[in-house]
Design a protein around this ligand. Structure first.
Ligand code: ADP
Length: 653
């Protein structure tokens, strides 16, 4: 039965992406939104929009009753859940059906069967799908689980059985650390999923994450749409995904495809789903060294790479299958062409432990040559209530090398200001020699993280551009107390000085259109500087140079050649004024789950002081320097606002 109007029970890029396909198919769309999203992009582009509750997800995007009511009142016949939120809730699926609506996804039974990692594993064992050695039984007492871990052999992974998105996973190297890690995994699991039960798995050394896209219809047909490699992860969260997997052979693909189809058949799967496998990189591409991890019974964040190499629209196929259509192809009709790579661009601060960021996107421009899936526009805000993803950039090419190069280039031309992002981190990943050569494993990013988050060295040109930004006319006429410009003109060129940080002096001599700039990193001649908004173009050393140079109060950011350099104007007293390390502030709004020190304790730089749970993750607050704890301003369990003082440090006695 054809569906004419679909409600999308989601927000952000995935809501926008589903709406786009509906539009192409001539299907009407209804968006839902929380108060925080009243002006969001997905609301603007849908045919109709319904408010479903306040900002917090629990009261809006997780409020199944309100969503179903919205669908009925807006005349939608079907609900597309996107990913996350209610997409894998069997209760929601049942409620949707009860209301006489179509759920675009698998049955509640299939979701339940795969919903908990322990139950899914038991089912897969019966279906003959290979499993990683581990314990996935019902017993949860720490002593028992510690014994099982010792039997399996360290290192082991503790996983929340209700887990997803890498949350609640702990890698444990030693017997002694097991109980503490279990407690922490349980806490995160309880906070994220309301279910603290965990299972244990042997930790595969040099693992690769390879997953198979599957698709089933309601007539018993199931095919796979080949694999995606999602080995490039940070703390178990995918960062870069690609299709096909580097080094994949036809034999391994067929073996994994068969296992994935068997997994889907075991639960009578209808719709698009993903069967995730862990692969031993050291044995790759042996057909004996892959094991089932879990099945995601929904569309994945990374589905676009599959779309680009197969030429298929997965959302259109989901809708067709939900309408009762027979799959329009058999396994043998399907093939892969070229290579696709996706990068997840996030509002987060790599230099600060990848803390999620929130704020307004003052400038947002994506480099061209790639598919961009986003749910925000310039001027929109990344709110603290939801996942801080800004966009997915998906590049394709005839070869893997071409796709990776295109992705890197597009990231370099992407301009974002007003909020910290992981863009530079992604640019470095796209040019990392192991990634370029395809030597990927899930530990790669972790091993290289120090160099991947290192800000690039500022060169003479960066200093010069930062100074020029300060000297633009609108700045010169401002009465900004931080401006410390001298302007001398004695018949010859005008000379102006800007001071950054502690004592980095930049002198700009201007004669007509020509500028000569002295910086702490050397001198540069800039004959012709042209500004358009914050975009600067000039010729330096005979070459055309482009940069995005943005000033926000005392901070100037120079975004040039794959990296952002930041300059802080010296304070009026000439000091760099980098702030005090005496008070440790909450970096985010959240709950203090642990205070690890007491007044009078001596701490060394880097020692853990407290654990803050915010945005569903534990953040360990570390001592910014050696010292003595003078005061603890919070207690365990206390809710704190961003920037609230947590502790005060004194100098050591
Ligand atoms: P989630 O459902 O939270 O995403 P997964 O079970 O899919 O959790 O695991 C997330 C990631 O953790 C995997 O992609 C892989 O990188 C790593 N991982 C999972 N199981 C193992 C294992 N047994 N050994 C090594 N790494 C693993």
């Amino acid at each position: 039965m054809p569906i004419e109007r679909i409600l999308i029970a989601n927000r952000g890029e995935i809501a926008v992406r589903v709406i786009r396909t509906c539009r192409e198919l001539g299907i009407g769309t209804v968006a839902v939104h929380s108060d925080a999203d009243a002006c969001a992009m997905h609301v603007d582009i849908a045919d109709d929009a319904v408010r479903i509750g306040p900002a917090t997800a629990a009261e809006s995007y997780l409020n199944g009753d309100a969503i179903i009511e919205a669908a009925v009142s807006a005349g939608a016949e079907a609900i597309h859940p996107g990913y996350g939120f209610l997409s894998e809730s069997p209760d929601f699926v049942e409620a949707v059906k009860k209301a006489g609506l179509v759920f675009i996804g698998p049955s509640a039974k299939a979701i339940s069967a795969m919903g908990l990692k322990d139950k899914a594993k038991a089912l897969m064992e019966d279906a003959g799908v290979p499993l990683v050695p581990g314990y996935h039984g019902p017993r949860q007492d720490p002593a028992f689980l510690t014994e099982r871990a010792a039997e399996i052999g360290f290192p082991v992974l503790i996983k929340a059985r209700a887990g997803g998105g890498g949350k609640g996973i702990r890698r444990v190297e030693r017997f002694e650390d097991f109980e503490e890690a279990l407690a922490s995994a349980r806490r995160e699991a309880e906070a994220s999923f309301g279910d603290s039960a965990c299972l244990i798995e042997k930790c595969i050394q040099s693992p690769r994450h390879v997953e198979m896209q599957v698709l089933g219809d309601s007539h018993g047909n199931v095919v796979h749409l080949f694999e995606r490699d999602c080995s490039l992860q940070r703390r178990h969260q995918k960062v870069i995904e690609e299709a096909p997997a580097p080094g994949m052979t036809a034999e391994l693909r067929a073996a994994m495809g068969d296992a994935a189809v068997a997994a889907a058949r075991a639960v009578d799967y209808v719709g698009a789903g993903t069967v995730e496998f862990i692969v031993d990189g050291a044995e790759f591409p042996s057909t004996e060294a892959f094991w089932f991890m879990e099945m995601n019974t929904r569309l994945q964040v990374e589905h676009p790479v599959t779309e680009l190499v197969t030429g298929l629209d997965l959302v259109a196929l989901q809708i067709a299958v939900a309408e009762g259509a027979v799959l329009p192809f058999a396994q043998n009709d399907l093939s892969i062409a070229g290579h696709a790579v996706e990068a997840r661009l996030y509002a987060e601060d790599p230099a600060n432990g990848f803390l999620p960021a929130a704020g307004r996107l003052d400038r947002l421009h994506f480099g061209d040559g790639v598919r961009v899936d986003t749910g925000v526009r310039e001027g929109d805000a990344i709110s603290p209530y939801y996942d801080p993803m800004i966009a997915k950039l998906i590049a394709c090419g005839q070869s893997r090398a071409a796709a990776v190069r295109r992705l890197g280039r597009s990231l370099e031309c992407t301009r974002i200001s007003g909020i910290e992002t992981n863009r530079d981190f992604l640019i470095r990943l796209a040019s990392d020699e192991d990634i370029v050569s395809g030597a990927v494993d899930t530990g790669l990013i972790g091993r290289k993280s120090a160099s991947l988050v290192q800000p690039p060295e500022a060169e003479a040109l960066d200093y010069a551009f930062a100074a020029l930004a300060m000297l633009r006319r609108e700045c010169r006429t401002s009465r900004d107390p931080y401006m410390m410009l001298g302007d001398f003109r004695l018949y010859g060129p005008s000379r102006q000085t800007v001071r950054f940080g502690e004592d980095d002096v930049v002198t700009v001599e201007t004669a007509g259109a020509h500028r000569h700039v002295r910086t702490p990193r050397g001198e540069v001649a800039l004959p012709d500087v042209h500004w358009q908004g914050d975009e600067l173009t000039c010729v330096a050393d005979g070459r055309q140079v482009q940069a995005h140079v943005h000033r926000d109060s005392r901070i100037v950011t120079v975004d040039r050649r794959g990296g952002i350099r930041r300059f802080t104007l010296a304070a009026p007293d000439g000091s760099g004024d980098t702030g005090s390390a005496d008070v440790v502030l909450a970096p985010l709004t959240g709950r203090v789950v642990r205070v690890a020190v007491r007044p009078g304790d001596e701490v060394v730089k880097g020692a853990p002081l407290a654990v803050l749970e915010a945005m569903k993750m534990d953040h360990v607050m570390k001592a910014p320097r050696d010292g003595v704890v003078a005061r603890v301003c919070v207690s365990e369990g206390q809710q704190v606002m961003q920037d609230a003082p947590l502790l005060e440090l004194d100098d050591s006695a």
